[in-house]
Ligand binder design. Structure first.
Ligand SMILES: *[C@@H]1O[C@H](CO)[C@@H](O)[C@H](O)[C@H]1NC(C)=O
Ligand SMILES: *[C@@H]1O[C@H](CO)[C@@H](O)[C@H](O)[C@H]1NC(C)=O
Ligand SMILES: *[C@@H]1O[C@H](CO)[C@@H](O)[C@H](O)[C@H]1NC(C)=O
Ligand SMILES: *[C@@H]1O[C@H](CO)[C@@H](O)[C@H](O)[C@H]1NC(C)=O
Ligand SMILES: *[C@@H]1O[C@H](CO)[C@@H](O)[C@H](O)[C@H]1NC(C)=O
Length: 368
């Protein structure tokens, strides 16, 4: 997420294009299900928007207001921008529905893609019983899972390891520095690549991020972090993300999102719903030396083992497998009531989008 795909939470754009279905019900509702002093909230997939063309963003109802000291912000410039403009809650504590609706309204993210992002983040880093997640770190507004089955705190999307990871364009690896806030040094290095490979555009020479720039940026981010970060890792669940992009953009536009976490002046959202696209695959194909893997104890990059059969049929299915095997806490298998209802729905949405022949039960470590 802390990548060029600045719109995204933690999702692989490649993992959601296949076979996605969604069910449409009413608005989220609180229930009488009380567990560990918390009241369950039933999540629902919002209806598909009918207003899906381009329009100016932000509108008059969504002015920029800088976050206050207690507002959560995190590693994802896209989510931070949505919160700074009130497209999701300005305090940075959001919900399943709000992520889908906010990314849909402001960035024209397709419902299926929004659902995938929201579902994965909610399972890995949110509280799926009360339907709350922090776009930054730990917040008193997001309680631990009932029974503290994933440790004493719900950590939010800034926490390293499940989704948040290495080789980002503008945030340091967690083992090197600050993985949450914009890093000017990294951005300056990115801009040198742009100056070398970018196309000429309305804002001047070499200011447009073309495919070659994205390839060279990824090469630079990966090569540099692999050397600098002894614990460097790009597991397959992050692999698509590292290579992800939502399209081409200019230095002015990307700088506005990355540095100021606000929409650029006179900005219009995409003309059609955004759903993956060919660019991540093209970047990936241009860097065949980079496969999912991690540094060993000697700082040598080694490939991760492949996903086991039958989950090795595609990158999309293998990514789904990796998420459930390693990022979604195993203890979610035993939840009950509204908690189970929500978890089942989120798991079903992700399985339906995975292209896999069979589902994977959560098996990831807890309290990490
Ligand atoms: C910013 O990135 C540079 C280059 O990787 C690194 O040396 C520095 O420690 C980072 N700063 C922070 C605050 O993470
Ligand atoms: C960021 O905001 C400052 C203050 O409003 C402005 O001067 C600057 O041009 C902005 N930078 C970008 C890249 O949008
Ligand atoms: C998946 O793994 C099985 C068992 O290792 C292997 O026989 C099969 O060829 C693999 N399939 C793909 C598409 O790699
Ligand atoms: C789920 O509950 C079963 C039955 O009590 C137990 O054997 C199993 O270890 C539990 N699984 C997890 C991941 O907590
Ligand atoms: C997943 O797909 C199945 C088969 O079409 C459908 O019955 C189910 O409702 C879907 N699950 C979710 C959560 O949308």
């Amino acid at each position: 997420m802390k990548t060029f795909s600045l719109l995204l939470l933690v999702v692989s754009p490649l993992s959601i294009v296949v076979n996605a279905r969604s069910n449409i019900r009413d608005a989220p509702s609180t229930t009488v299900d009380i567990q560990d002093g918390q009241t369950g909230v039933v999540m629902v997939v919002p209806p598909r928007r009918t207003d899906t063309g381009t329009k100016r963003i932000p509108d008059a109802d969504h002015p920029f207001i800088a976050p206050g000291p207690n507002d959560m912000r995190g590693p994802c410039p896209g989510m931070n921008t949505l919160a700074n403009h009130g497209y999701i809650s300005r305090n940075g504590i959001t919900t399943f529905e709000e992520i889908i609706e906010g990314t849909g309204e402001a960035f024209n993210i397709d419902l299926t893609m929004g659902v995938g992002m929201a579902a994965l983040n909610m399972l890995a880093r949110g509280n799926a019983f009360v339907n709350k997640i922090s776009i930054g770190g730990i917040s008193p507004l997001v309680p631990p899972l009932p029974g503290q089955i994933d440790g004493p705190e719900t950590r939010g999307i800034a926490a390293h390891g499940r989704g948040e990871g290495d080789a980002s364009m503008t945030r340091s690896d967690v083992h090197i520095g600050d993985n949450r806030n914009f890093n000017q040094t990294l951005w300056d290095e990115d801009l040198e690549v742009l100056a070398q490979f970018g196309d000429d555009g309305p804002d001047g020479p070499a200011t447009v991020f073309n495919l070659q720039t994205l390839i060279e940026l990824k090469r630079q981010n990966l090569e540099s972090d692999q050397v600098l970060d002894p614990e460097f890792a790009i597991p397959i669940r992050r692999y698509n993300l590292v290579f992800g992009t939502t399209g081409l953009a200019t230095k002015r536009i990307i700088s506005s999102f990355f540095m100021n976490q606000t929409f650029p002046d006179n900005w219009f959202r995409a003309a059609a719903p955004v759903l993956g696209g060919p660019v991540p695959g093209e970047i990936l194909a241009a860097l065949p030396e980079w496969v999912p893997g991690h540094n060993d104890e000697n700082g040598v990059f080694v490939a991760d083992p492949q996903a086991p059969a039958p989950f090795n049929i595609s990158l999309t299915c293998a990514t789904y497998w990796d998420n459930f095997a390693n990022a979604v806490p195993a203890t979610l298998v035993n939840v009950t009531g509204v908690f189970k209802q929500n978890v089942d729905m989120l798991e079903g949405l992700l399985f339906n989008a995975s292209g896999c022949a069979e589902p994977v039960a959560p098996a990831g470590p807890t309290n990490v």
